[in-house]
Design a protein around this ligand. Structure first.
Ligand code: GRG
Length: 308
């Protein structure tokens, strides 16, 4: 039975070929990343090989897809959104490389392959993360700039999402809460920053690349925030319900590291309910876009139903 038969009224949407959209957005993003990243024979070759190793290790490319889908919802062109989609993927990949380091989550596998420090050693892995973080800004400034959003706005957007009050703040709170009992509110604080901030930034950048109106940007922010939170709740659920082979990273790590997660705090059934409610809220935020948000809606639903 097609998934649409099970779709609740709150998530009603026009049929949309998400597989075709993802195949096309992933191909465009991979080609653009290949163009924007220095070739792996660029000196010093180790660092450029390490950067490319992680970027092309087989990530799902969900954040770039959100950039392109948000651009489409606002009537923008893929070519204008691509530098921003690539910048976000560089930031995301850097955060994964650093998250996997022995001083952080200490993981041997990511995206189904050995982690950067396992292949290149810790020093080069740290530098590959640093280089990707920095490279994101070099790529972002190659965007054309728009009447409502200049390069300063774009750089501000990315640096705030990746900075010490968002992405890094979430990681700090995550580290500091290991082995401790924390409240659902504290867990939400971590998830908002560690995961939702960059997904929300991706959606907003897509809108900006289409020179979206202030009202459209507000709607996208609301959508991105809720989809971002739902994404991490699902990530927590998958950690306890899926195998390492399926996830491409070590499953069950959160429990082992005594990490605060939604399943640990509220249980699996309530976690699924929360993820669904967050996705419903994300759908509601898209009302102003009428028929133009088909890709965003299909992505939100896909992220809710994903199994890896
Ligand atoms: C500055 C030392 C230093 C470290 C920074 C910021 C940071 C480390 C880590 C970010 C925290 C993090 C990894 C959040 C989790 C977000 C998440 C669920 C990632 C997995 O995303 P997917 O499933 O991955 O989209 P793929 O591999 O498909 O791209």
């Amino acid at each position: 039975m097609p998934a649409s038969k099970h779709r609740p009224a709150s998530r009603k949407r026009a049929e949309f070929n998400l597989n075709a959209f993802l195949a096309s957005s992933t191909a465009s993003v991979n080609a653009a990343l290949n163009h924007f990243l220095p070739p792996d024979n660029t000196k010093p070759t180790t660092i450029h090989q390490a950067m490319r190793y992680s970027v092309f290790a087989g990530g799902k490319r969900m954040r770039p897809a959100l950039v392109l889908a948000a651009a489409a919802a606002c009537g923008g062109k893929e070519a204008d959104a691509l530098p921003l989609a690539c910048a976000v993927e560089c930031i995301h990949t850097y955060s994964l490389i650093h998250d996997d380091l022995p001083a952080m989550d200490n993981d041997d596998y990511r995206r189904g392959k050995l982690t950067s420090h396992k292949v290149y050693g810790e020093g080069i892995a740290i530098l590959a993360g640093d280089a990707l973080l920095t490279h994101a800004f070099e790529v972002a400034v190659q965007a054309k700039g728009w009447p409502r959003y200049c390069h300063r706005d774009i750089i501000h957007e990315i640096s705030v999402a990746a900075g010490s009050r968002q992405l890094i703040a979430g990681q700090v709170a995550d580290l500091e809460s290991e082995g401790k009992k924390i409240s659902a509110d504290q867990l939400k604080y971590i998830h908002e920053r560690k995961t939702s901030a960059l997904l929300c930034c991706a959606v907003r950048l897509g809108g900006m690349s289409a020179n979206c109106s202030a009202a459209e940007l507000k709607a996208l922010t609301d959508f991105g925030y809720h989809v971002g939170l739902a994404f991490q709740v699902i990530d927590d659920i998958l950690d306890v319900t899926q195998t390492s082979a399926k996830l491409g990273k070590t499953a069950g790590k959160d429990t082992k590291a005594q990490k605060a997660t939604y399943p640990a705090i509220v249980g699996l059934a309530k976690s699924r309910k929360i993820a669904m409610e967050l996705t419903d809220k994300a759908f509601l935020a898209l009302k102003p876009f009428k028929g133009r948000a088909a890709a965003l809606k299909a992505l939100a639903e896909f992220l809710l139903e994903r199994d890896r």
